[in-house]
Write a protein that binds this ligand. Structure first.
Ligand code: M6R
Length: 612
């Protein structure tokens, strides 16, 4: 949700800013812009559309500046346009700003500034902020740093901002609250970005700036302060990230690359955590709080989007194996609905990015009320990871495709490990039952590879359905979340309107959609629901829906209803969803490609939703 980059150092700023924006394009791609300090003036260039359009404009210019900032936008205030693209000048043109976040009280500040004669060229909250800072500076005759501090104390909302100033040609001013900010430390150079992906190529030493901190960044000096003007010692972190993991390599799209990485990412999530010999699961985060887990009477999972679907799966398996009630909430609802949380309750936030604003705020509220926060997070060092008491990293690697794929299977795998560990602590199922799951977990990566090797079959299926305007995805039990996630993938990547439903619930409404043009995907692996699910298949068959079935190998029953059957390897029933989602991800991918869409950057979406 908007990406920001900045460079100050010994080389030209433009190459880093451009490359950095390309790396961050997954965060927002409706418009972009850059600002560079050149001989007593700031030069801004911006363009609506993808970064490549901005690049075309920039390549015809001469670049000499060693200090610059860049922004890729996901629109909040004001339509995507050149006018609303960042950076913005202040009225004097002495300052320029880029911003990721939302200033909630911008309208009232804008009115006050307009009454004082300030002019605005855009509809954005960001242009208001830079003029607010300039106004404080002018009226109080204070330094830019002080006026920044005063302004940040008066605004409400979320921000990560970078400011450059004609009067400070050797400094970038940065600040954050609620939106991520990473600073890489190079040789007499600082690299600034919303996440580490633009930085890793240049340095592995980074500082994660915390909320309510201001960074005063020169090429050879970095000063961190809080809003009370106290200096803070920066904590240097070593990046555990390789440049190869953020390149497409041999692939045309990140989405396919990330789908095909799943045998390895699931393996990485399991690595070192399964102990078949001693029938144990090694999760230090759970072990640290073992007593609290033993005593807990309720777990609440909060998440958004795909991660919320993983949460529903978590509820089904935790309740089945551990016999503890689990509530699953959308983080955006949870944070405002005054939920009942007691000291000792366990809250599990699930997030790929670790930056989702709603999830972050919901955690802060539950933490104040005394809950133990146990995160299931992909991005190490992210804002959510840092505020959890403990948790499990999914180790899915960097996910760049906006539609989440490998992060989802990582979340499901982590939830299985967590459930087994909790069942061991609670002694809620037998060791034999646990060993059966461990046994199947060990072969999961190979089974995922087997599905990927058959992807051509899904390409052929895609050819038969890609023109459909609507689709229905139906599953039951552990595969109800698979239906939700399969439908979300299809919607995001292909713009086909797809609904996911519990299969039996379909009779209570969605069945009205069924005719010979409606593709209906059934997720039907062997489990306790299979017989019931076949009754639902018959109901759709009777109404001539175009049936597609995801079934287990040797389930010849499926062929009675359709030739469009995709077989997945047999597994333990709780692990089926980790396999059954893979063909659905591939189906969406192939439909998206047939429709000539940008599967990595679907319209209107952003990878990391850092505004509420
Ligand atoms: O980073 P998070 O897991 O917190 O993100 C949650 C959702 O924004 C995310 O899953 C979104 O729904 C994706 N576009 C799904 O493909």
């Amino acid at each position: 949700m908007c990406g920001i980059v900045g460079y100050i150092g010994t080389d030209l700023a433009f190459p880093f800013v451009l490359k950095g924006l390309k790396r961050l394009e997954y965060r927002g791609y409706d418009s972009s812009g850059m600002a560079f300090l050149n001989k007593n003036q700031i030069d801004i260039t911006k363009s609506v559309g993808k970064i490549s359009q901005l690049e075309d404009l920039m390549l015809s210019k001469t670049h000499t500046s060693k200090i610059g900032i860049g922004h890729t936008r996901w629109a909040t205030h004001g339509e995507p346009s050149d006018r609303n693209a960042h950076p913005f000048y202040s009225n004097s043109k002495k300052l320029a700003i880029i911003h990721n976040g939302i200033i909630e009280n911008y309208a009232i500040i804008k009115k006050e500034l307009q009454n004082k004669g300030f002019q605005f060229e855009s509809d954005t909250d960001t242009e208001v902020l830079i003029n607010f800072i300039e106004n404080i500076q002018q009226e109080n005759q204070v330094s830019l740093e002080k006026s920044l501090r005063i302004a940040l104390q008066k605004i409400r909302g979320a921000y990560c901002i970078l400011i450059i100033s004609v009067d400070h040609p050797d400094t970038i001013f940065a600040a954050r609250k609620g939106s991520p900010l990473v600073i890489g430390i190079g040789n007499n150079t600082h690299y600034i970005a919303s996440d580490a992906s633009p930085i890793v190529e240049f340095t592995k030493e980074v500082i994660y700036v915390n909320d309510y901190q201001i960074a005063i960044i020169k090429s050879d000096e970095l000063i961190l302060k809080n809003l009370g003007n106290e200096t803070i010692t920066p904590q240097i972190t070593k990046l555990d990230l390789e440049i190869t993991s953020i390149d497409k390599g041999i692939y045309d799209d990140f989405m396919l690359k990330e789908i095909e990485e799943q045998p390895f990412t699931v393996f990485d999530c399991l690595r070192g955590r399964l102990d078949f010999k001693n029938c144990n699961i090694k999760l230090s985060g759970v072990e640290e709080f073992e007593q609290q887990f033993k005593q807990t009477q309720k777990i609440t999972i909060i998440a958004c989007g795909t991660s919320w679907h993983a949460g529903i799966y978590g509820k089904y398996i935790i309740e089945t194996f551990c016999r503890i009630p689990v509530e699953v909430d959308y983080a955006s609802e949870y944070r405002y609905r005054n939920p009942i949380i007691k000291k000792g309750d366990i809250l599990i936030p699930i997030s790929q990015s670790g930056e989702t604003a709603d999830t972050l705020t919901a955690i802060e509220a539950a933490k104040k009320d005394g809950a133990l926060i146990f995160g299931i997070i992909n991005v190490a060092g992210s804002s959510i990871a840092r505020i959890c008491h403990a948790g499990i990293y999914t180790h899915s690697g960097v996910e760049i495709g906006v539609a989440s794929t490998k992060a989802y299977t990582g979340q499901l795998t982590a939830l299985v490990l967590f459930t087994l560990k909790l069942a061991l602590i609670k002694e809620s199922i037998s060791k034999q039952q646990i060993l059966e799951v461990i046994d199947h977990l060990q072969i999961l990566p190979t089974q995922i590879q087997k599905i990927i090797d058959q992807k051509d079959q899904l390409k052929s299926m895609a050819e038969k359905i890609y023109a459909a305007p609507n689709m229905l995805y139906l599953g039951r039990g552990f595969n109800f979340p698979t239906a939700l996630e399969g439908a979300l993938k299809m919607k995001e990547v292909t713009y086909i309107h797809a609904e996911g439903y519990p299969a039996a619930e379909m009779k209570h409404g969605p069945i009205a959609l069924v005719n010979e043009n409606l593709p209906v995907v059934f997720i039907a692996p062997k489990d306790n629901y299979l017989e019931k699910l076949y009754s639902n298949i018959q109901e759709i068959n009777a109404r001539k829906g175009k049936i597609i079935i995801i079934a287990n190998e040797q389930d010849t029953n499926a062929l009675q209803y359709t030739n469009e059957v995709f077989y997945i390897p047999n597994s333990h029933e709780i692990l089926n969803p980790i396999l059954s989602i893979i063909p659905l991800q591939l189906l969406s991918y192939f439909v998206g490609k047939l429709k000539h869409l940008d599967v990595d950057k679907p319209r209107n979406l952003a990878k990391s939703v850092t505004v509420e």
